[in-house]
Design a protein around this ligand. Structure first.
Ligand code: AKG
Ligand code: FE2
Length: 131
């Protein structure tokens, strides 16, 4: 999809997060400017593993973007701009779950051993809903 390598060492292992009612992910960036460029997190792939809950939107406040996930949705975003600085528009949060359980897979894709055009293809936000 992105052309990026998504297996180790180019990406971390996918981590699975389980939120219960009331659970949330505080507002954060997935990357930072201080990390050496070759190791930093280029971008993120979020996979929404289930859908039977209320609340739990993924919100990008600076973009005024709220994603209401459905089971099987994937979200890809790049955390750095073309000048390699952190893209502050990628600030985001996992909103509190109002009812039910939310399961996601998070894959943080690193700059390590990426090569070719994909590694410099920053800036496109991609949201995929199958079907
Ligand atoms: O659960 C969410 O909607 C956001 C998760 C997230 O930001 C992350 O795993 O880095
Ligand atoms: Fe995140």
């Amino acid at each position: 999809l992105s052309g990026l390598k998504v297996t180790e060492p180019s990406a971390e292992k996918m981590s699975i997060t389980h939120y219960e009612t009331g659970g949330f992910y505080t507002t954060h960036y997935d990357s930072e400017d201080d990390t050496p460029a070759f190791r930093r997190r280029l971008g993120t792939f979020l996979l929404y593993l289930n859908g039977n809950y209320r609340g739990g939107n993924t919100v990008f406040p600076h973009l005024q973007l709220a994603i209401t996930p459905q089971q099987g949705d994937g979200l890809v975003f790049y955390s750095h701009k073309t000048n390699s600085r952190l893209d502050e528009l990628t600030l985001h949060t996992g909103c509190p779950i109002k009812e039910g359980d939310k399961w996601i897979g998070s894959l943080w894709i690193r700059n390590t051993t990426q090569h070719g055009p994909a590694a410099t293809c920053f800036g496109d936000q991609l949201y995929v809903r199958p079907g």
